[in-house]
Design a protein around this ligand. Structure first.
Ligand code: ARG
Ligand code: ZN
Length: 499
């Protein structure tokens, strides 16, 4: 829906800027040119901080939001755009002055009372409300019986708050969640303040120590109990559990400290200030269409998934935990780089599985056997889902990004050996810690750390239309492509191989 509100006439006159400068409906939608979602985000400014407030109204099940964005203008800004969809925007101020604004397509176009010069800091304040149950073309809201949670990846965060919604523009976050006292508001990071109000609501404030991508925001309201526990070296762990399900979920939640020790042995010190699980109070596939999402420091889960024995959930829990390193601390520069998240998460999740002797759903019991099976499907997956580092919006979460990505990393490991591979991994994580990295960054790190020209080898694996030979396994073969296979089976396989 398109909305248009005027700034007061007196301010307009002062600023001498006709509101007509806000582009009319139908004007070309801009964007940062992401290979998968070209219209997402902007490169006109660099988001530095988001201070978000969410107030939950149980009577209407809606949310009142305030977003305060500070950013640096990278060009002169007579107008600026935030991504926004389904937000009922009431007011926008830039540097304290009311600004003109209009929502259209998936953008909130703002015209400050006076242009912002290139290089200047600006502060954009947006007041809005949102209905998590609204029917939108896509959404980042997760509806629960007594509140909500957030699953923004890849392009849903801007249905929750207006933002520069591309993974390449990370920022610092604080989140304040206000809820009636029988409910509890939570968000990423650490709780820094609890403020009860006379009207029977309480505001809880959370600060994320490390920068975060918009897609990794978590904010949730529900009938929750918070369970604190200890991780390695005193890392504070926090699980946020629907109170009625706390006892059922405890066996799964108690697995995290042991998983952290394993992950730290492979990847180095846990990069964030805390970790924990948020099994939101819904198993409805319509609430979100997958098992879990690595929202930073507080991974969202379907609760029933976690009620299974360890052998059925451990590798996927490892997959999500590993996203703290690959995905959250080191975030893909663009959505074409998603294999860096999912390939690494699946590789370590599967290593964990087979090391512990848990066969996967295909009956494979070693990583090598599993990789041989994925290898055989290599050309079919390239045909159906594109090469590993060339996803489209339709193929983004296909298995090609998951076990397909793990296969690329396995091939690299077979080529250079475990020791060099581990050094590449550690160097990549260290270089891009709390930043973003692209596929090219991974290739550069592989070349430099190994002292070998590996990027040509990796490019064939990542961008080739055909599956390259597997180093060390000349006997491995690739099945011929069946052009009609995806159509007959309802599409290429999707999602993580750790399940
Ligand atoms: N990144 C999540 C995981 O692999 C899965 C998300 C899949 N779907 C989505 N629309 N984000 O743990
Ligand atoms: Zn994943």
């Amino acid at each position: 829906m398109s909305r248009h509100r005027s700034v007061p006439a007196v301010l307009l006159a002062l600023a001498a800027l006709p509101l007509g400068l806000v582009p009319a409906a139908g004007a070309p939608v801009t964007g940062a040119g992401d290979p998968v979602f070209p219209s997402l985000g902007t490169t006109d400014y660099d988001a530095l901080t988001y201070d978000l407030s969410f107030g939950y109204r149980p009577a209407t099940r809606t949310v009142d939001g305030t977003t305060v964005l500070t950013a640096r203008a990278l060009t002169r800004l007579a107008g600026l755009e935030l991504d926004a969809l389904g937000l009922d925007v009431r007011a926008v101020r830039v540097d304290g002055l009311p600004a003109g604004f209009r929502t259209h397509d998936e953008k909130l176009t703002v015209r400050p009372a006076r242009p912002v010069r290139a290089g200047a800091l600006l502060r954009v304040e947006v007041e809005y409300s949102a209905d998590p149950r609204a029917a939108l073309p896509h959404t980042g809201w997760v509806v629960t019986p007594d509140g909500f949670a957030v699953a923004g990846q890849p392009d849903g965060a801007h249905t929750v708050f207006p933002c520069n919604d591309r993974p390449g523009d990370k920022a610092r976050f604080t989140v304040a969640v206000t809820a009636p006292d029988d409910l509890l508001g939570v968000a990423n990071g650490l709780l820094t303040a609890t403020e009860p109000h006379p009207d029977g609501t309480t505001t809880r404030r959370y600060v994320s120590r490390e920068p975060m991508a918009t897609e990794l925001l978590q904010a949730s309201v529900g009938r929750y109990t918070v369970h604190a526990r200890q991780g390695p070296d005193g890392l504070p762990l926090r699980d946020v559990v629907p109170t009625a399900r706390a006892a059922d979920l405890e066996p799964a939640l108690a697995l995290t400290p042991g998983q952290l020790e394993w992950a730290e042995r492979h990847l180095g010190r846990f990069p964030l200030e805390t970790y924990g699980l948020l099994p939101a109070d819904t198993d409805d596939p319509a609430a979100f269409g997958f098992t879990a999402l690595e929202t930073q420091t507080l991974t969202l889960y379907k609760p029933n998934f976690l009620r299974q024995p360890e052998a059925s959930i451990g590798s996927h829990m490892m997959h999500e935990l590993v996203h703290s390193w690959f995905g959250d601390s080191v975030t893909p520069g663009t959505w074409a780089d998603l294999w860096l998240n999912e390939g690494h998460a699946d590789l370590y999740g599967l290593m964990y599985r087979y090391e512990r002797g848990w066969p996967d759903s295909g009956g494979f019991t070693t990583l090598t056997d599993r990789m041989r099976n994925v290898y055989a499907q290599g050309d079919q997956w390239r045909h159906d889902s594109g090469p590993v580092a060339v996803p489209t919006a339709a193929t983004l979460f296909d298995s090609q990004r998951y076990t397909g990505g793990a296969l690329v990393l396995f091939a690299l490991r077979e080529r250079v050996g475990q020791e060099v591979f581990d050094r590449i991994e550690r160097a990549f994580l260290q270089r891009h810690r709390h930043g973003t990295a692209t596929t090219a960054d991974y290739l550069r790190t592989a070349d430099e750390v190994s002292g070998q020209p590996l990027s040509g080898f990796l490019r064939d694996w990542l961008y080739g239309e055909r599956t390259p030979p597997m180093p060390g396994h000349p006997d491995w073969t690739v099945n011929p492509v069946d052009p009609g296979a995806a159509a007959r089976t309802g599409g290429a396989p999707r999602g993580s191989g750790t399940l």
